[in-house]
Design a protein around this ligand. Structure first.
Ligand code: NI
Length: 135
């Protein structure tokens, strides 16, 4: 099994806020991330595809194809957007790194047909990242 990784960056705004909770509870849970007009991050995304090397191509997946899939279905939709308002596949989801990673996984899962999607790693800051492996 070989693991192939494509790294991408995008910049997005978000506000951590649960509409089912009171303003006080939101403030308590999300603190400054609850800032009314949001704030931004430069996200770093790592998409890992696992598989065996195709003897015909020498690839698990052609990274040019993987790049194109990630761009079209993730980066273009998230970059320079407000995650609470602008992104169809984030509607109604609190845009924490955890939830963004799961949403990205769901965007990509059925679109990767060579090898299989193994993990999504999403860095929200240099020191904080989440990793999702499905399930
Ligand atoms: Ni934030």
């Amino acid at each position: 099994m070989i693991y192939v990784t494509r790294r991408e960056v995008f910049s997005s705004a978000h506000r951590l806020y649960n509409p089912e909770l009171s303003d006080e509870e939101n403030e308590e849970i999300f603190d400054k991330c609850n800032n009314y007009h949001g704030h931004g991050h430069n996200y770093v995304l790592e998409v890992v595809v696992a598989g065996e090397v195709n003897p015909k191509t020498g690839y698990v997946i052609d990274l040019k194809k993987l790049k194109k899939i990630i761009h079209e279905h993730v980066v273009v939709k998230l970059d320079h957007k407000h995650l609470n308002y602008d992104v169809d596949f984030m509607k109604g989801i609190i845009p924490t790194a955890e939830n963004i990673a799961v949403a990205i996984w769901n965007q990509l899962l059925d679109r990767i047909n060579e090898g299989e999607l193994y993990s999504i790693k999403l860095y929200e800051t240099e020191n904080n990242y989440v990793e999702y492996k499905g399930g």
